[in-house]
Design a protein around this ligand. Structure first.
Ligand SMILES: Nc1ncnc2c1ncn2[C@@H]1O[C@H](COP(=O)(O)OP(=O)(O)OP(=O)(O)O)[C@@H](O)[C@H]1O
Length: 247
């Protein structure tokens, strides 16, 4: 079976900074995978490399058997960016943001057709944003904004979905809605890769995990990946235990 994401021997430098060092990752369709690692461990760089936005010095990336650029053009891959990477003052309504997921499919008139409007309506319903469809994107809460971007991936029909810190600044209700949706998308055959700092939530969110520190330190079930010896390697301390200690 063709892997959803195949990263082989990928090394990335920014000038003298080594951000990724010989990274190998394979992710199959039907799985939700959590990507964890300390600040600066290379998570965003790995996402950008998978999206074809950063070109590796060495190594290769394939998405559903094709190049990242092709996966972007054909809508195979969808991306929910970190909040800091989005200009929230942009004058787009929620519905328009979701419609951008259809752009790869619009004919040469660039005008959405009935099927495009239906796909957007359906996606908005799934993320429970139908009532806010006409509101400017910047006037939504943090969790609602994330849900709008997840809806964009749904409307796009993305088979591979990357989410960079989707739960940062998000309340429990939105977190639960997003988690449920991501699991449903994976059950429908999508591959979902999520970066997160919330190690406690990982087992409830993902069925596999990757621990990154420029290299892949561990890749397996969340239980295996979060073993104390792995966390000690990645974070220097037993972080799970430390977080549980009273302040
Ligand atoms: N555009 C850039 N120019 C120079 N160095 C960069 C650039 N982007 C990232 N880096 C460096 O590359 C390394 C990996 O950064 P990256 O943003 O991928 O880490 P991260 O795991 O996503 O971090 P965080 O958890 O803080 O978001 C860091 O040392 C960072 O300082």
């Amino acid at each position: 079976m063709t892997a959803a994401i195949r990263v082989e021997g990928v090394t990335v430098h920014y000038g003298d900074v080594l951000a990724l060092d010989g990274v190998d990752v394979t992710l199959e369709h039907g799985h939700v995978c959590g990507l964890v690692g300390m600040n600066g461990s290379g998570k965003s760089t790995l996402f950008k490399t998978i999206m074809g936005m950063v070109r590796p010095d060495t190594g290769t990336v394939s998405i559903d058997g094709g190049t990242p650029v092709r996966a972007r053009k054909t809508g195979v891959i969808g991306y929910v960016p970190q909040s800091e990477d989005v200009d929230w003052s942009f004058p787009l309504a929620v519905r328009d943001v979701v419609m951008t997921g259809r752009y790869g499919r619009l004919g040469f008139t660039r005008r959405p057709r009935r099927a495009d409007h239906e796909a957007v309506d359906h996606a908005l319903e799934r993320v429970e944003l139908t009532e806010l469809a006409g509101r400017q994107i910047g006037q939504l809460s943090g969790g609602q904004r994330k849900r709008a971007f997840v809806a964009r991936g749904i409307a796009q029909g993305a088979r591979v979905l990357l989410l960079d810190e989707p739960f940062a600044g998000v309340d429990k209700r939105s977190e639960a809605t997003i988690t449920r949706l991501l699991k449903e998308l994976a059950a429908d055959g999508a591959a979902v890769l999520i970066s997160t700092h919330d190690l406690h939530a990982l087992p409830g969110l993902a069925d596999e995990a990757i621990l990154l520190m420029r290299k892949v330190l561990a890749h397996g079930s969340p239980g295996e990946v979060l073993r104390p010896e792995n966390l000690a390697l990645a974070f220097g301390l037993d972080v799970l235990q430390r977080e549980e200690e009273p302040a």
